[in-house]
Design a protein around this ligand. Structure first.
Ligand code: UDP
Ligand code: MG
Length: 310
């Protein structure tokens, strides 16, 4: 088994996290051989030193240092690609994903499942705003995409070797791993859990980052927003046509609605409204175009500084 943990400024979480992972993996019956891969995503708080400290006294631990901060999804990708296990567990480094679930993941994997993901029954220590926006996001993406991405599910999961090999073949830069894993298919199942509070440090997903991640998720799995412009165009044209008809008929019959002053209001409304629709449509095009540009450059997803193993 490989346990992959991307970390960005999680120094204070390192010892407790590793203790709990080891305790739980050792507790699985048939005690699988394991490795723990900590990916240091360009931390500036001494996370690497905290892991080095552990390297001295623990076996089966590896520290993979990226050349700079690449972001959660890319750091996770780096770890997954370096993992050697037949079963690969991905989890956060802040103990919000309880290592106690690993045993359940492993049991399901032995039952023949390729992906076992953790479904958040409750989430402790999150603001009502985060809970609301997260709920909205998971339900929106479910409606917008054909791939069925499980609701209320993060990246905490176990994947089989063949799923990880399949993920390697999805080379996109703007990664929405939980969607990509769903896309791969095979046999997938969920395990429910209550998500804990972060034990130490602060979230690395402030609102702007969360928003970018949401847009990445939607644009990588749906082209419905691109069609938004045409839907809107058609609806507005249909309404405009009916309105034009009314105006012409009224003109011919010389009947005018009460309080009728020709021109002003309807012109302003039409200009403002159509201007808005056009800008939104251009913005959507821009989002996709920016992603195409990034993909076309074909740069590597991440760069590794060095790897230290115990
Ligand atoms: N993370 C990372 N690189 C980043 C941001 C976050 O490797 O640029 C890691 C972080 O250390 C943690 C995981 O990704 O292990 C999830 O981040 P966080 O707990 O801040 O997200 P939240 O739980 O608040 O959504
Ligand atoms: Mg967290």
């Amino acid at each position: 088994m490989s346990v992959v943990v991307p970390m960005y400024n999680e120094a204070g979480n390192v010892p407790a996290l590793l203790d709990r992972i080891v305790e739980n993996v050792d507790g699985i019956d048939g005690a699988p051989t394991y490795e723990i891969l900590v990916v240091d995503d360009g931390s500036t708080d001494g996370t690497a030193d905290a892991v080095r400290e552990e390297l001295r006294r623990r076996p089966n631990l590896a520290l993979i240092r990226l050349s700079r901060n690449f972001g959660h999804q890319l750091a996770a990708t780096a770890g997954i690609e370096l993992a050697a296990g037949d079963a690969i567990v991905l989890m956060d480094g802040d103990l919000q994903d309880p290592p106690e679930l690993i045993a359940q993941f492993f049991a399901r994997w032995r039952d023949g499942y390729d992906v076992v993901y953790a479904v958040r029954r409750t989430r402790k220590g999150e603001s009502p705003f985060k809970l609301f926006t997260a709920g909205l996001f998971y339900r929106t993406i479910k409606r917008l995409t054909k791939v069925s991405i499980p609701v209320d599910t993060g990246d905490f999961r176990l994947m089989s070797r063949r799923v990880v090999e399949a993920l390697r073949r999805l080379p996109e830069r703007h990664r929405f791993l939980r969607g990509m894993v769903s896309w791969v298919g095979y046999r997938q199942t969920g395990v429910e859990y209550d998500r804990d509070e972060r034990t130490w440090g602060a979230t690395k997903y402030p609102i702007p980052t969360m928003l970018r991640f949401a847009v990445d998720g939607i644009t990588s799995f749906s082209d419905i927003p691109l069609r938004f412009a045409s839907y809107f165009g058609f609806s507005v044209s249909a309404i405009a046509f009916l309105y034009a008809l009314v105006v012409v008929v009224a003109k011919l019959l010389r009947v005018y609605p009460p309080g009728y002053t020709p021109g002003w209001a309807s012109t302003i409304v039409a200009v403002v409204f159509l201007g808005g629709v056009q800008l939104i449509s251009l913005g959507i095009l821009g989002e996709y175009l920016g992603r195409i540009y990034d993909e076309v450059k074909g740069r590597p997803l991440y760069l590794i500084d060095d790897i230290e193993r115990s």
